[in-house]
Design a binder for this molecule. Sequence first.
Ligand code: OSB
Ligand code: MG
Length: 368
Amino acid sequence: MKLTAVELRRISLPLVAPFRTSFGTETTKDALLVRAVTPDGEGWGECVAMGAPLYSSEYIDAAEDVVRRFLLPRLFAAGDVTAGQVAHLLAPIKGHPMAKAALEMALLDAELRAAGQSLATFFGAVRDRVPSGVSVGIMDTIAQLLDVVGGYLAEGYVRIKLKIEPGWDVEPVRAVRERFGDELLLQVDANTAYTLGDARRLAELDPFGLLLIEQPLAEDDLRGHAELAKRIATPVCLDESVTSARAAADAIALGACQIINVKPGRVGGYLEARRIAAVAAANGVPVWCGGMLETGIGRGANAALAAGPEFTLPGDVSASGRFYARDITEPFVLDDGHIRVPTGPGIGVDVLADVLADVTTAVETVRG
Ligand code: OSB
Ligand code: MG
C-alpha cells in the first residue's frame, strides 16, 4: 500500500478511578493515535506508551517525536509498504517498540479493511469471545480492596489480578482469598518492584494457590527470575522482560518464566506478538494477552489477539468501563465474563467522531 499521509492525534481520557501500581498512579490516559491514509482506505493504530517512562523506557512525547522525526520518513521513503515490512523497515532505529507498533497496527488495519478480513481471522482466532480478567490497582486499605474486587466479581470478571509491591503483597492476597475463596482465579503483578533478596517474602505467597506472579524482578534480570522460580511455588510470568520473540526464547530456555504476558506494544507490534505466542506454544508455555489501558482501538485488537489458539489463560482484556466512562469507540462490555471479539474488517471497531473530537488535545497530519 502507498502511505499517503499519517494523522498523529493526541487524546486525553479521564479514568473512572485512579489506577495505582508499584510504579505510579494514573488518573488520566493520554494516548497517541495514528491514522494511516492510503489510496485504498484508512487504518487506525494506538500507541500504548504512557505519560512517563515508569513502566518501560518509552513515554508518549518521545513516541510522538520518534514517529515524526525517524519512523515516518522511513515508511514514506519505502514507497509501497505492507504491515509485514514495517518492523524490518524500522529496525535500524533502535528501541521505541510502542511507537513502531502503532504504525504497524495502522497499516495492518488499513490492509485488512481493504481486504475485508478481520484481525481475528487474520490471527487464526479459535473463539468468538475471550474470557475477561481485570487488573486491580493498589488500594489504601484492605477493606477498600475487598469492596473493589467484590464489585468486579459481581460484574462477572473471571480472573482477578492484584497489583502488588513491598508492603502490599501477602496481606491483600490473604484477605482476597479468605473473602472470595480458593476457587477464584487469582494472580499478582509486581511490575519489577522486588529483588531476588525478597525471595523468602515472595515464597509466603505460596500457600495461596496463585495462578502466577508477574514480573517480580527487574526487566533485565532474567537470571534472577530463573533463580526465583526455583525458590517459590507460584509460577513466574514475565511481562516487561519479554521485549521480543528472541527475548521470549531466551527467558524460556533460562527457566526465567513458566508463563508469558504478551503485550503487542511492548514487543513492537501484533506481528511480533504472534511470533511470541508461537515460540511459547512450541515450548509448552501458556500465554495470555496483557493490556495497557487501551482505548477501544487497542482493546479490540487485543481481543482479536487473545482469540488465538495459544492464548489459553484469561487476559487483561477488560470491559471499556473498567477504565473509561466514555470510550472513543462503542464500548466493549462484559457478556457473562467474556469480551466479544470484533468481527468487522480490520480491527473491527469504529471510532466515534464526536467523542474523538471532544478528547483530542492535538492533531497533525504528516504527508509523505
Ligand atoms: O503491568 O500489566 C501491567 C497497565 C499499565 C501498565 C502496565 C500494566 C498495566 C495493567 C493494566 O496491569 C492492564 C489493563 O487492563 O489494561
Ligand atoms: Mg504487568
